[in-house]
Structures are given as C-alpha cells and as structure tokens.
Design a protein around this ligand. Sequence first.
Ligand code: C5P
Length: 315
Amino acid sequence: MIAVRAHAKINLGLKVQGLREDGYHEINTTLQSIDLHDELRLEPAPELTLRVEGDYPVPADSSNLAMRAAAALSARHGSRGARILLIKRIPPGSGLGGGSSDAAATLMGLDRLWETRSGPEALYDIARTLGSDVPFFLYGGTCLGVGRGDDLFPLPDLPERQVLVVWTGVGLSTKEVYAGLPESLTHGRNLSSMRGFNPVPAFRAPGDPGTFPGSFPGWGPADARSLAEAPRVDNDLEEASFARIPQLRWIKERLLEGGAVAAAMSGSGSAVFGLYPLDEDLEGIRTTLEREVLSVFVCRTLSREAYGNRLLVLP
Ligand code: C5P
C-alpha cells in the first residue's frame, strides 16, 4: 500500500488577460502550496475502484478527478488496477485545488505503485488534460502559472507564513465564475501571456521598503512593517464570486482587520485566505469566524522541498 498527501493551494493574486479562442481565459497567477491536505491510499487490485471518506462528500464515480487520473495513467500502460481510498479534508468547490491535487497525487502515487516510471514530462502531459490546475501539483511550492494557468514557472520559495483559510460551506463552479466575468476583463485579444503582467515578485524581502506607494490597491494594512512585507494578492475573479456570495467580502474584511498582511479569495473561490506572520496568535480571529462559517483552517505555506518531503506518507 502507498499513501500520498494531496496538498491544497492558494492563489497569491490572479490576473485575467482576456478570453482565448479555445474558450479558456488567459491568466497570470502565483500558486502557493499550503499544508492542508487530502490523503490517498493506493493498493494493487485487479480493477480500478475509488472510495471516498473524510469531511466532505464528493462523487466516487468516473467524474472524480482522482479516478480520471488513474484511468488515464492505466490506459497508457495496458490497463492496470488499483483500490483507491480518498480521504477528503479540502473543501470541494473552494478554489483550493483539492480535486486537482488529488489527481496529481494519484498520478504520482500510482506511477510508483505500478512501477510505470513515467517521468515528469509524461505525467505533465496527462496532468494538463485533466485540468488547468493539475500540473502545478506535480511541482508544488511557489509557481507562476500563465496561459490557462498550466504553463508553470517555479519561483524561489517565499518566506513561510501562517495562512487562515475560511470556507462558508457554499462551493462555486469555476466555469460559472469565469463565465460571469465583466467584458472589461475578457475583451483582451492580445494574449501574449507575459504582456501587461506586473513582474514584481509577490513578496519583497522583509525590510525592503520598495518603491510602491502605500496606497497601492491590494496591499495590506498601511503600517510600515506590513507594507514592507505585504504581498500583492489581487484576484480579478473576486468581484464575480463576491456577487454570488456576498459573505466572502465580509470574510476578507475580517481577515484584514485581524492583522492579515494580505487577504484574497483563492482561485475562483469560494475559499478566502489571509496571510499572517508565523508568530501571530490566530485563535481570536479563528473563533470569531467559526461562529459564522462552516470551516476555518489554520495552515502554513509549504516550500517546494517541504512539499516534496511530505508527499509520501511514511509508515
Ligand atoms: O481547466 P479546468 O477544467 O479546471 O477549468 C474549468 C472551467 O473553468 C473551464 O471549462 C473554463 O470554463 C474555466 N476556465 C477558464 N480559464 C482558465 C481556467 C478555467 O475559462 N484559465
């Protein structure tokens, strides 16, 4: 038996460049792994089967991305079988990439279980057919994602932070959020990915005051310390999602009031996160939010090395 962790991600900013001819939106985003995770247990078996346990019910049929990933890898290797148990801890429809991460973890886990030795290119090729977010989870850490979000550029690790992730319990469909974007975000036709992209790293070195005015939109509270350390996390999808679930705006405001150096919605939502220094006591804000929403997670960001080390659950 092999057990693998499928970690969640947050988006440290997401910019929509325009609508592509294939119907997808051209985006620029910074993806960041966090330690919240699902777990997959994989055992050899004659057939491919999936069972789901844990905190959130998701379908265990062929629509499940873990099952689709297993079927895609199996098809390339003359039809293999495995008994898969998915223990769900990442809320579905939250923009935290749970389903996509399950798919990538299944690919990496089954590649090991079946000794198919696919190599990174082959796994990447399968991953991108499963969804725009799936390839990121083959790398983890901090990556710039352009194109559909699946052209990945690994970035240097950011300083480790606490992340408070808040989920109302109401999921959002990525497809519907993108479909609800205003014309001002989708009219772009010049889709060279890096064009118009602000190449400022999401985090600056602590103590570096930088050249940005304190009033720059998307920055955290304007005291000197947080300005020096505050990342830009503006997410162009927020307004479309906040229109569907007004409570998301309220959550973001509470996170910022509670001392977050930055707060934003993750991906297409509906989870909202705040970033905090490692020594910040988050019990007060956690208790306040837990009275109003279904799930609050106190997490940490993961470096690429930590992500790799934590992938396999050791006995
Ligand atoms: O790639 P994935 O299957 O996760 O995307 C789900 C839906 O979200 C797509 O069918 C598309 O409608 C929308 N999407 C988009 N632009 C992206 C990523 C997703 O329009 N960059």
